[in-house]
Design a binder for this molecule. Structure first.
Ligand SMILES: [Zn+2]
Length: 328
């Protein structure tokens, strides 16, 4: 059975003590805080045949099916299959499912994740089912980017923000998951993941700390003219572009904050503090803002998954960093 994360206890109590659950919930919040696990557990709880203990019992026919094969006739997962979107054909199958009566459990459960993957046609096809689902169905939509959802989808659900844990709770949980990793590294991962612990564990598994170290070292060498931009751009072929742009945007933000406040605490993670401090002293506000505008523009293209020449893109941004130090 999926575990209930420590920072979700209060929300869980609220949801399961509600005598009249709504027929559609939208669970939203940051990526990597455990929304999907929570939604799944709630679905299992609703399907459980003996859930008088405010938990899925783990023993009944329903719980047993879900634990062993995941194949349960009364649950439907709607998620992207062969593309990044959920398509209208998938929603049509969902509607067929909703129109049947439950076979084992007291109700049927639909999990839609992530809801922002519904393309326009799929979202529109879903509207009627969201309004008045037939056959005693309950829908749970999970969204990391609720701002991207159609207002018509949002307004048909009870919107529930899922909590991001406080740092100490997140670190404690991460220590249990990654027992061989130093606390210092765990805190770095948590910062890189924007306080989302499940995302932080994912970053660890993708070796992001090493990638970060490489980027930091190469940037230092670039600024000291020990490496040139094109060399670096070629060698960063394993580093996710979005991550790179996020770091760069964050660094420029730190520089701007420091220029405005002269407060050393605004300089972010220890690995770049000295460099950012140096750049903040040397570079004009105008140059920093220009580079920031460029980065935000390029980051949008990365987000939109535009067809980009990766090496050229990285090179031009790296040249932007060197230009911070030129006088003209
Ligand atoms: Zn059960």
């Amino acid at each position: 059975m999926t575990e209930l994360l420590p920072w979700q206890q209060i929300l869980w109590q609220q949801m399961v003590t509600n005598p009249k659950p709504a027929h559609a919930y939208l669970l939203h919040g940051k990526k990597g805080i455990g929304k999907q696990q929570f939604a799944q557990r709630l679905g299992y709880y609703w399907l459980c045949l003996t859930s008088d203990n405010k938990q899925p019992c783990g023993h009944c026919k329903s719980c047993h099916l879900l634990a062993t094969s995941g194949a349960h006739p009364d649950i439907f997962w709607l998620k992207p299959e062969d593309s990044e979107f959920i398509k209208v054909d998938q929603v049509r199958m969902l509607i067929d499912f909703i129109n049947q009566t439950p076979q084992i459990s007291p109700c049927k459960v639909v999990l839609i994740e992530p809801a922002e993957a519904l393309n326009l046609n799929a979202a529109n096809a879903l509207l009627k089912s969201l309004e008045e689902p037939a056959g005693n169905s309950r829908l749970i939509l999970v969204s990391h980017q609720a701002g991207q959802l159609l207002p018509t989808i949002k307004s048909r659900c009870i919107q529930q923000l899922c909590p991001t844990p406080k740092q100490s709770d997140a670190l404690q949980w991460m220590q249990q998951q990654l027992t061989n990793v130093e606390v210092e590294q765990l805190s770095q991962l948590l910062v890189l993941a924007g306080s989302a612990p499940l995302y932080a564990v994912e970053l660890y598994q993708q070796d992001v700390l090493k990638q970060r170290q490489q980027v930091v070292e190469d940037i230092k060498k670039l600024l000291k003219h020990q490496l040139v931009a094109s060399q670096i751009a070629e060698s960063w072929n394993n580093i996710p572009l979005l991550l790179l742009f996020n770091w760069f945007c964050e660094w420029l933000h730190c520089i701007l904050c420091y220029q405005a406040t002269k407060d050393i605490n605004t300089l972010g993670m220890a690995d770049m503090q000295k460099v950012l401090n140096y750049l903040a002293d040397k570079a004009s506000l105008e140059k920093v803002t220009q580079l920031q505008e460029k980065l935000l523009r390029e980051r949008q293209k990365v987000l939109a998954k535009a067809n980009l020449n990766r090496v050229l893109l990285i090179e031009s941004v790296l040249i932007g960093w060197i230009n911070l130090l030129t006088t003209r």
